[in-house]
Write a protein that binds this ligand. Structure first.
Ligand code: GLN
Length: 545
């Protein structure tokens, strides 16, 4: 990447992955992040956006979510490496004495470890590895990564590496002229590190003229057809088609000496379906981190995928959880066709999530609870249906008389904040005849987790006697994985994070059923209620790096 971050490198890489898959190649992807944290697991969502969780429990960069959604492959923790994790390996080797008394240095020890991280995902069942380097070429932290990928070409052979540089061509000045100078500068910077890009992907608001492409080609010394323009798209899933029209996959395959043809019919039909999804449906997302919608990236994408399936355009209304009680008192949530209560950590805003759960339950509003959402819905049920006043999670009230959500015994007393959660894929068994079993269409499912607290099995009997159904549990029946409310159109929650497994052309069953119920509610109420005018709320997640 050059010029600026958040240019859409991740989406460009993902789109190339999709195109190579349509050419019949087996593709995997990875992200190298130059920051120092060992992984993004301990980072504030406001800093970094969502933490994407892989099946094997890796807490990874949200770009891995784009990768999985575009190339339709499950990735592992190996698909994300940070400077911190690379130093961690090198320092552990140093302590073991692996370097036999040598001075340990950035070159070769850190760069060798970076190359190892790339090789590690290049398994036998993969034809192409797409490696995205985070940040931009001018960053101090990126230098070892640039050096490592420079060496990599020499190591594996010239025809086995293709360097793609993503840059910005901004509109500047009163005349609104497109400027290639930032691109020229970042290519110069890249060359000073010894890397000549094979392809330059120019991001721009409006399409680039052929003249401008010729200029980039001449100034940056890449073939004219290697200057690829990614102008802003209507939706992110159109990007593979745009990049194909620009010749990206053709050129990359030439560089890598890969042959074959491409059949894009499937993706074209899918994009047509996306464009035809116009029936409005309004979903309230009750979140704590809504100032940075990237914090909910996979939830947002999952809602959209479900919309595509139903021909619906899901409008997300971002509702600050702390404001829910006030909005409810003013009758200002009645226009919502459905509600999502997503995951989160810490006390702030939890009462709002519990209030939203109650409102949805009492007013028959379709509601999907995710992780903390399941916990909030269980607390609502304990307090307001069973009558256990001040029931709570011990995360928010350690002295609650009714800890309906609590740490498991074997989790108590752990101080280390890294990697101590229940992370990654776990199986759940679904009760036959339940809404969720119907939705999934199978009795055993696997979902990814990221949480510390659990539904307290001591309260399960009491809540079930009062009508809640713990309809999905761990195979040993100890952990509650899903709840639902018989008789309600859709008041369903899971302790897992289903949003990590939704695919654009294969929506996750729970999101699919949420939107189905929301559409039904809208049809019944005619969708006539007025929306709340909410000032503080951003529009859409950015197309993060
Ligand atoms: N804070 C809750 C827990 O740790 C929920 C976590 C989440 O929503 N991801 O159990």
């Amino acid at each position: 990447g050059g010029v600026a971050s958040s240019l859409g490198k991740g989406l460009t890489a993902s789109s190339l992955g999709r195109l190579l898959k349509h050419r019949g190649y087996r593709v995997t992807m990875q992200k190298l992040d130059p920051y120092i944290n060992i992984d993004p697991g301990t980072m504030n969502p406001f800093e970094h956006g969502e933490v994407f969780v892989t099946d094997d429990g890796g807490e990874t960069d949200l770009d891995l979510g784009h990768y999985e959604r575009f190339i339709d492959e499950n990735l592992s923790r190996n698909s994300n490496a940070t400077t911190g994790s690379i130093y961690q390996s090198v320092l552990a080797a140093e302590r073991r004495g692996d370097y036999l008394g040598k001075t340990v240095q950035v070159i070769p020890h850190i760069t060798d470890e970076i190359k190892r991280r790339i090789e590690r995902v290049a398994r036998n069942d993969v034809d192409v590895v797409i490696t995205e380097v985070g940040g931009t070429v001018g960053d101090i932290e990126i230098l070892p990564f640039l050096e490592a990928i420079r060496q990599f070409r020499n190591m594996v052979g010239r025809d086995n590496v293709c360097y793609i540089h993503v840059t910005l061509v901004p509109f500047i000045g009163p005349a609104g002229e497109q400027k290639t100078k930032p691109t020229q500068h970042s290519v110069t910077e890249l060359r000073s590190r010894g890397i000549q890009p094979d392809v330059i992907v120019c991001r721009s608001e409006e399409p680039l003229s052929d003249d401008l492409k010729r200029k980039v080609s001449a100034m940056c010394d890449v073939e004219e057809r290697a200057v690829v323009n990614a102008a802003d798209a209507n939706n992110i899933y159109e990007l593979p088609l745009i990049l194909h029209d620009e010749g990206l996959d053709d050129f990359v395959c030439d560089v890598l000496r890969l042959d074959g043809t491409i059949d894009l019919t499937y993706w074209q039909q899918f994009v047509a379906k996306v464009e035809a999804a116009t029936t409005p449906v309004r979903i309230g997302l009750i979140g704590k981190y809504i100032q940075l919608p990237d914090a909910y990236l996979s939830v947002v994408e999952s809602l959209k995928h479900a919309g595509f399936h139903h021909g619906a355009d899901v409008e997300i209304e971002w509702i600050q959880s702390e404001n829910v009680e006030g909005l409810l008192a003013a009758g200002q949530l009645s226009h919502l066709d459905g509600v999502v209560i997503p995951g989160g950590f810490g006390h702030r805003g939890v009462e709002g999530k519990i209030a939203a759960a109650r409102y949805a339950r009492e007013e028959q509003v379709p509601c999907l609870g995710i992780c903390l959402g399941l916990q909030a819905m269980s607390i609502d049920y304990a307090r307001n249906v069973v009558g256990l006043a001040d029931a709570n999670s011990t995360e928010f009230d350690p002295a609650t008389p009714y800890p309906v959500i609590d740490l498991m015994l074997d989790q108590r007393g752990i101080e280390d904040k890294g990697g101590t959660m229940r992370l990654g894929a776990y199986y759940a068994v679904l009760a036959s005849g339940s809404q969720i079993a119907e939705a999934y269409g199978e009795p055993v499912v696997s979902e990814r987790h990221r949480h510390r607290y659990e539904f307290n099995e001591q309260y399960r009997g009491q809540l079930e006697e009062h009508g809640l159904w713990c309809s999905g549990t761990s195979p040993d029946n100890r952990l509650v994985e899903f709840i639902e409310l018989p008789g309600h159109p859709f008041w369903v929650a899971t302790q897992a994070h289903p949003e990590f497994k939704s695919r654009p052309d294969r929506p996750h069953p729970l999101f699919r059923e949420l939107i189905a119920a929301a559409l039904e509610r809208r049809a019944a109420t005619d969708g006539t209620d007025e929306p709340v005018a909410d000032a503080s709320v951003p529009s859409e997640p950015s197309l993060h790096s």
